[in-house]
Design a protein around this ligand. Structure first.
Ligand code: AMP
Ligand code: MN
Ligand code: MN
Ligand code: MN
Length: 277
């Protein structure tokens, strides 16, 4: 079976490896078909494509768009996008806009909690304030010795009810769907098991996604537990959705699952890549 990994981050967003070493790392983990899906940015795609070619991997241009749906953050992966599409580029630029101001608010809250210098410390990991993410703050909190690991950070900081949590309004689901579809891409609901939605709300998300032309969800992802692989395989069968698979890799050592450790899709689902090759 082809080893396909369709969710992964470079240092263009909140990963740590540049696209070329990331491609080499994915290949070393056995990946044969690889997508780069940076958060709200496609600036790594040209070098990722070239590096994938050198590694002998098939390349899939992608993006992971931050969406606000029913006052919750939901991530939408777009696969096989035209990364030069003007409306997609404009939409992503708009989506990135609030990150700098949010980062300053996050830093102000952390300062109140006795952790100074977090804005500069987080920015150091990414350079571009428009791409500043909670992951960069998490790395700073590890670097300055406040937490042992980034997983520990997200238990104690940066999440709802904890210091450094600043709610944010991202793109609307309908907008992000239109940008991806307009760029010839396939929208995929990322890690559906990670959202804190009631069963009713989750069904409403899938129904709305389908009405907007969506027909794929992630089933096997580093952000799901093995139980959730089965749960979302069943959801895919029930809704007639195609199934996607990807590590959601960010950094060696930080990964919930490495490239060579992610299981294949369960039987009985149709892979999102079934008609690509
Ligand atoms: P942001 O888009 O700035 O809100 O940052 C979201 C990113 O933070 C995600 O893409 C993950 O990389 C990371 N993240 C969020 N929650 C967690 C968590 N509980 N554990 C590890 N990483 C997380
Ligand atoms: Mn991330
Ligand atoms: Mn995500
Ligand atoms: Mn991701």
């Amino acid at each position: 079976m082809l080893k396909v990994d369709l969710h992964c981050h470079s240092n263009v967003s909140d990963g740590v490896l540049a696209p070329a070493p990331l491609a080499a790392y994915a290949r070393k983990g056995g990946v044969e078909v690889w997508a780069l899906t940076d958060h709200d940015e496609v600036g790594g795609i040209a070098s990722a494509r070239a590096a994938a070619g050198e590694q002998g991997m098939r390349f899939v241009p992608g993006v992971e768009i931050s969406v606000t749906w029913a006052n919750q953050t939901v991530h939408l992966v777009g696969l096989q996008i035209d990364a030069d599409d003007p409306a997609l580029l404009a939409g992503l630029a708009k989506t990135r806009q609030g990150r700098d101001a949010r980062g300053r608010e996050i830093a102000a809250q952390l300062e109140e909690a006795g952790i100074p210098g977090a804005y500069e410390g987080a920015l150091h990991f990414v350079g571009n304030p428009d791409l500043l993410s909670r992951t960069h703050f998490a790395r700073y909190l590890v670097e300055c010795g406040k937490c042992a690991t980034t997983a520990d950070v997200f238990r104690r900081f940066l999440t709802e009810g904890k210091p450094g949590y600043v709610p944010h309004r991202w793109a609307a689901l309908s907008e992000a769907m239109a940008w991806i579809r307009g760029a010839g891409g396939i929208p995929v609901i990322a890690h559906p098991g990670r959202y804190k939605l009631s069963q009713t709300a989750e069904d409403a998300l899938f129904d709305e996604f389908r009405q907007l032309g969506g027909n794929a969800i992630e089933v096997v992802t580093g952000s799901h537990t093995p139980d959730q692989y089965a749960t979302y395989a069943e959801v895919a069968r029930r809704y007639g959705f195609l199934a996607s698979r990807g590590t959601d890799f960010h950094a060696p050592g930080e990964a919930r699952v490495e490239f060579d450790a992610l299981p294949p899709l369960p039987a009985g689902v149709t892979p999102v890549w079934h008609d690509w090759f």
